[in-house]
Design a protein around this ligand. Structure first.
Ligand SMILES: C[S@@+](CC[C@H](N)C(=O)[O-])C[C@H]1O[C@@H](n2cnc3c(N)ncnc32)[C@H](O)[C@@H]1O
Length: 255
């Protein structure tokens, strides 16, 4: 089979449409994974995937790129804390960390929000396409290294678990609902006041990005805010009825 046929088979097998990710970059990643697993072509590799759950999981992890960290690009989180949240915070608001990977982003959000409000009074959902990262997120166990850059004031949410790891406090964990969601396929939540979606749109092609912006628009409540990653500024935000309010922050404009 050729690359396109392989992508179709992967879609049938996993529900992930790799043709909507940037083609050159994705093909390079797929081909190098296949070569590293000593498979000589797409047919052999596909056969391996259907038989070997370990390789199947590794492949999914590899193509979905799970790299993340707490307060990634801290300056932007401080803008969220100092300039955005004070204006939008309210009881029963709904916040969505989309493509949350292993949970660091969702927990960073919860830490900031807890400066303003009792977390039981708001609704935080965190989603990702990958079950494996979601399992890790739910456990809330992080290595000593991964928590190094967390601002001192938030260290109260971490308890030492063993020599190498910390665990996130129950207070944060129990107030975030982690669930599986594919941005390219699944229905989006509605009436969301703040969507944090960072460092995933860069992997998608323009067609997929356009669709996602439109779905984010519908997903947001009136005056809802979208917070994107450092290399993910929307080129023509007004085309999607988003007004830039700060670099990396957009506000929904009512039509
Ligand atoms: C680089 S991580 C970004 C994590 C976090 N948002 C951050 O900025 O640190 C990208 C995440 O997007 C997820 N992802 C990839 N394709 C996706 C899709 N179609 N729907 C939802 N999540 C997806 C991956 O599983 C991965 O966890």
């Amino acid at each position: 089979m050729n690359y396109d046929e392989f992508l179709q088979k992967i879609f049938n097998l996993t529900g992930i449409d790799l043709s909507l990710y940037k083609e050159k970059q994705m093909k390079r990643r797929v081909d190098s994974f296949i070569a590293n697993n000593n498979c000589k072509n797409y047919d052999v590799f596909y056969e391996t995937l259907t038989k070997d759950t370990k390789i199947y999981r590794e492949f999914l992890k590899y193509i979905t790129i799970n790299v993340t960290e707490f307060f990634r690009n801290l300056e932007q989180w401080m803008i969220l804390k100092n300039e955005i949240l004070p204006k939008i915070i309210k009881k029963n608001m709904k916040i969505w960390s989309a493509a949350c990977s292993t949970g660091e982003e969702a927990y960073s959000l919860a830490m900031l929000l807890s400066d303003f409000i009792d977390l039981r009074e708001i609704n935080i959902i965190a989603t990702d396409i990958d079950d494996v990262v979601l399992e890790k997120a739910k456990k809330g166990i992080y290595s000593n290294k991964s928590i190094e850059k967390i601002p001192e004031e938030y260290m109260k949410y971490f308890a030492k678990l063993d020599e190498n790891n910390f665990v996130i406090s129950e207070e944060l964990r129990k107030n975030i609902v982690f669930k599986k969601h594919n941005l390219l396929l699944d229905k989006y939540p509605d009436s969301v006041d703040l969507i944090v979606c960072r460092n995933v749109l860069i992997y998608f092609n323009d067609k997929a990005k356009e669709e996602i912006y439109k779905k984010f628009y519908s997903s947001l409540s009136t005056d809802g805010i979208l917070f994107v990653g450092s290399t993910e500024q929307i080129i023509f935000p007004y085309k999607y009825n988003f007004a830039p309010i700060k670099t990396f922050f957009y506000k929904k404009i009512s039509k």
